[in-house]
Ligand binder design. Structure first.
Ligand SMILES: Cc1ncc(COP(=O)(O)O)c(C=O)c1O
Length: 413
């Protein structure tokens, strides 16, 4: 059963639901409410099977302590086998409250204070704090941009890993790589060759890989996703892979995560830390939502991905028709995620404006709230991230506001 694409066009009204995106919405200095296109959740209704499972559980009036049922673990395992050709043993699974708590617990469990943890900016900004808050050292291995002649218009910069640089920054106390795969915000879905090269370095330097794979089900149709632990036994033995239904099925508010840890010793250390932190009790509704997502929502996800493909193609063509001749705004090819990484550097260079000017123009002239690229690291300067998992009309509104900001920046100061 295919879900018609119109399901994703008629988005529900989210205002009045304590929605972070639409109810936590400041005004600019002129008193105009900002159009929010920053936070990474979707405006679409979640899959019908998820709602039905929640409604049926809510109908029973007792919501006491629960556990993760074996059938839910099996549904997750079958999902990974069918979608990603990844065979998971049930005993490898550790349940956690959400992905970021799992990442933080893995840092605590598997490294010591003062140890180095590698991240690859521009990257999901909570990674920085997850390392720093726990008294570990950030080891930065910035992504690099493909050269201009490798780019395929209308798309802009595509990133890759700089593994020579990684080798040069690994020190005696570097213990872990915090990998974002697929990569938020750049939209990269790492190839098998790239991941295998990274795995070889991690093996040689005895690094643990915490692979945040939360976006793995949101990728373009013909882009395969390679789970880090599926690269082979040696990679699996050092992987802590973090998964959740929350992004792909839009259930971030009823969070839970599956952490896949094939190596028993790492798994036991992680479980002991989660237990020490009191993070072992699953949420009864999250169990239902996640189970129905992995167990009964495959065709919904396929339709969602097709809809996102259309949104991405539409945005690319708008950017090229509105800003094409001088590439005032380009976007990275979106191989995964529903996030557009917008590059305004050519515009800023040409007009002599700064990132701060662009931020001000977006907020004050256009009332458009994007994620500020600098949050993702120093090499996010000149970039803004736009969430396109919304109706076409909201996306169109966002694009015309973006144009307002661009024309303002182009006007004489
Ligand atoms: C790469 C990445 N990891 C983790 C999260 C958050 O996951 P959770 O809400 O399960 O902690 C996000 C949310 O945007 C994300 O993009």
């Amino acid at each position: 059963m295919n879900v018609p694409s119109s399901v994703f066009e008629a988005v529900p009204e989210r205002r009045g639901t304590n929605c972070y995106k639409w109810d936590h919405r400041p005004e600019n200095a002129r008193g105009t409410p900002l159009l929010p296109m920053w936070v990474a959740d979707m405006d679409f209704a979640c899959p019908p099977a998820v709602r039905e499972a929640l409604e049926s559980r809510i109908a029973h009036p007792v919501y006491g302590y629960t556990f993760e049922p074996a059938a839910h673990r099996r549904a997750f395992g079958e999902w990974q086998r069918d979608r990603n050709r990844w065979e998971i043993e049930q005993e490898w699974l550790v349940q956690a409250p959400a992905v970021m708590p799992a990442v933080r617990a893995a840092i605590l469990a598997l490294t010591e204070p003062g140890d180095g943890v590698v991240i690859q900016p521009p990257v999901y900004y909570p990674f920085f704090d997850a390392v720093r808050d726990n008294g570990r050292e950030l080891v930065l291995n910035p992504l690099v941009e493909e050269t201009a002649d490798e780019r395929k218009a209308p798309y802009g910069v595509r990133y890759s890993m700089d593994l020579d640089h990684l080798e040069s920054v690994i020190g005696p106390r570097t213990r872990m790589v915090l990998l974002c795969s697929p990569h938020n915000p750049t939209g990269r879905v790492w190839s098998k060759a790239e991941l295998a090269a990274l795995a070889e370095i991690c093996l040689r330097h005895d690094l643990i890989v915490v692979s945040d794979e939360i976006h793995c089900d949101l990728r373009r149709e013909r882009t395969p996703f390679i789970p880090f632990a599926a690269l082979g036994a040696e990679a699996a033995a050092r992987t802590v892979a973090c998964h959740s239904a929350s992004k792909a099925f839009n259930v971030a508010g009823i969070a839970t995560a599956h952490v896949v840890v094939p190596a028993r010793e790492l798994r036991e250390r992680l479980s002991a830390t989660l237990s020490r932190l009191g993070m072992t009790l699953p949420n009864i509704l999250a169990m239902e939502a996640s189970h129905a997502a992995y167990g009964a929502s495959a065709s919904w996800l396929d339709s969602l991905v097709r809809h996102l493909d259309e949104q991405i193609a539409w945005l690319a063509s708008e950017l090229s028709s509105r800003f094409g001749p001088d590439d005032a705004v380009t976007m990275s090819p979106i191989e995964g995620t529903y996030l557009a990484w917008l590059d305004l550097r050519a515009l800023l260079g040409r007009t002599g404006r700064t990132h701060r000017d662009a931020e001000r123009a977006l907020l004050e002239e256009a009332a458009l709230w994007l994620s500020d690229g600098r949050q993702f690291g120093e090499n996010g300067e000149g970039f803004f991230r736009m969430n396109l998992a919304t109706s076409r009309s909201t996306l169109a509104d966002g694009v015309s506001r973006l144009e307002t900001a661009v024309r303002f920046l182009e006007s004489p100061a």
